[in-house]
Write a new protein. Structure first.
Length: 227
C-alpha cells in the first residue's frame, strides 16, 4: 500500500474532459493519482503525453470491471479521497443508428454506468472525501425542453434514486415506442442522460451531506433532526 493516503481517481482519463482534468491535476497534485482507461493502448497514449500515474482498466458498462477496480483500490490504498466520474459516450449528430438504440446505449453508459460506479466506489470514500460527477450545461437546456410535468419531477427536492431510475427507464421505453417527444422528452438521448447524472448528483449530495445535530437523549430535544 502506498505511504501517501490521498488518492484521486479519474475515470476515462485518456481523452476529452478526462484528459484535461488529468493534465491539470497532475501538475498540482502530489498524492496518488489513478486513471482509468478502457484498454492498455489508451494508457500508453497518456504515458506518451508525459503523464505517469497508475492506470487501471475500467469499462463502466460492466459491473465486473467496476468491482475489479474497487478491489484494486481497496488493496492498494485502503480507500479513495476523490472520485471524478467522467466516463461517458455520445453519438454524433449525423449517426444513422436508430434513435431508440442511441437512447438505450447512451443511457446504459452515461447514467446507469455512472450510477454503478457510485454504488461500488462510494463506500470507499474516506471522511472529508469528494465525489465529482461530470455533467454538461446541455442538461440545463434539456431540462427546459422537457414538459412541465417532467421538469417538476426532476426538480423535486425529495426525488429518490428509485424514482430517477424509473424516469430514465421511461425515456428509453418511450423512444422504443416512438413516443418520447409526445411524452414530453427532448429529442437528444445524450442530454437526457446528463439530466439524469445531474439529478443523481443532487440525490447523492443529499444522502451524503453531514446530518448536523440530531435529537437524542444525550444531545437534548432542541436540535433540528429527529433521526
Amino acid at each position: 500500500m502506498s505511504s501517501c493516503s490521498c488518492v484521486v481517481l479519474v475515470t476515462r482519463a485518456n481523452k476529452g474532459m478526462g484528459f484535461a482534468i488529468t493534465s491539470d491535476l497532475y501538475g498540482k497534485f502530489s498524492g496518488n493519482m489513478v486513471l482509468t482507461v478502457q484498454d492498455e493502448a489508451a494508457g500508453q497514449q497518456l504515458q506518451a503525453e508525459g503523464l505517469s500515474p497508475r492506470f487501471h482498466q475500467l469499462d463502466i458498462d460492466h459491473l465486473q470491471s467496476i468491482r475489479a477496480l474497487r478491489d484494486f483500490l481497496l488493496k492498494e490504498y485502503g480507500g479513495l479521497d476523490v472520485l471524478i466520474s467522467n466516463a461517458g459516450i455520445a453519438f454524433k449528430n449525423d449517426d444513422p443508428t436508430p434513435f431508440y438504440i442511441q437512447a438505450e446505449v447512451t443511457m446504459k453508459t452515461n447514467f446507469f454506468g455512472t450510477q454503478d460506479v457510485s454504488i461500488e466506489l462510494l463506500p470507499l470514500i474516506k471522511p472529508k472525501g469528494r465525489v465529482v460527477n461530470v455533467s454538461r450545461m446541455e442538461s440545463l437546456r434539456a431540462l427546459k425542453n422537457c414538459s412541465p410535468e417532467l421538469q417538476q419531477k426532476f426538480q423535486n427536492e425529495t426525488i429518490t434514486q428509485e424514482e430517477l431510475v424509473g424516469l430514465m427507464d421511461k425515456f428509453v421505453e418511450d423512444t422504443k415506442k416512438g413516443m418520447h417527444e409526445k411524452e414530453g422528452w427532448p429529442n437528444s438521448a445524450y442530454e437526457v442522460t446528463k439530466i439524469g447524472v445531474t439529478v443523481l448528483s443532487r440525490i447523492q449530495a443529499r444522502k451524503l451531506s453531514h446530518r448536523g445535530w440530531v435529537r437524542t437523549d444525550m444531545a437534548g430535544p432542541k436540535h433540528p433532526r429527529a433521526h
